[in-house]
Design a binder for this molecule. Structure first.
Ligand SMILES: [Mg+2]
Ligand SMILES: [Zn+2]
Length: 187
């Protein structure tokens, strides 16, 4: 597990965990491999601003098997990580921590989602319990990880993945991250 921890101890009462690709930035079937392929969703940037304003700490929990598949260079990965942190801050948001699994499925590591390990690590760092920490993701393995960790799972279904609507889905479902966070914290 690759972990990046923001400065000092998080000073929030509530936390939310976010998947990265397909939630914060546009995903690609051949992996998001470099800065040139990192395109942010505008609603996601707005969601970060909303979360910071409402004192909800944010942490990223992301599988990045492209690293150990040899498709994403370490330097490119780090550049993308730094760009996410910087861009979110430019937009008035803040990220407290980021947890990445670089492993391929065949490496049988302990951290790759749907394992709950990265979610647990994030909650431990924040000093909060999984039961009160939402996890927003866009794939079935995100929802499995949420269930395995005991986090309430919230599923995004962005326009490009409409075909999966025919699948039986039991989690709350939202088309954008902004709509998801407004539904959770907007009352
Ligand atoms: Mg995703
Ligand atoms: Zn791993």
């Amino acid at each position: 597990m690759l972990a990046w921890l923001g400065s000092a101890k998080p000073q929030y009462d509530r936390f939310i965990l976010l998947d990265r690709d397909g939630v914060i930035n546009v995903n690609r079937p051949d992996y998001v491999k470099s800065l040139a392929e990192l395109h942010f969703y505008e609603d996601a940037l707005e969601a970060f601003r909303f979360l910071e304003k409402n004192r909800v700490g944010v942490m990223i929990v992301s599988n990045q098997s492209g690293i150990n598949r040899g498709l994403i260079a370490r330097d490119d990965f780090l550049q993308m990580h730094e760009e996410v942190i910087a861009r979110v801050e430019q937009c008035g948001g803040r990220i407290q921590g980021a947890f990445y699994c670089p492993h391929r499925p065949d490496e049988k590591c302990r951290c790759r989602k749907p394992s709950p390990d990265m979610l647990f690590a994030a909650c431990r760092f924040a000093g909060t319990g999984p039961g009160r920490t939402f996890f927003v993701g866009d794939s079935p393995s995100d929802m499995e990880a949420a269930a395995n960790a005991g986090c309430p799972g919230v599923r995004l279904l962005r326009v490009a993945s409409k075909e999966t609507l025919s699948l039986p889905i039991s989690e709350p479902l939202f088309p954008t991250l902004l709509q998801a966070v407004l539904s959770i914290y907007g009352k």
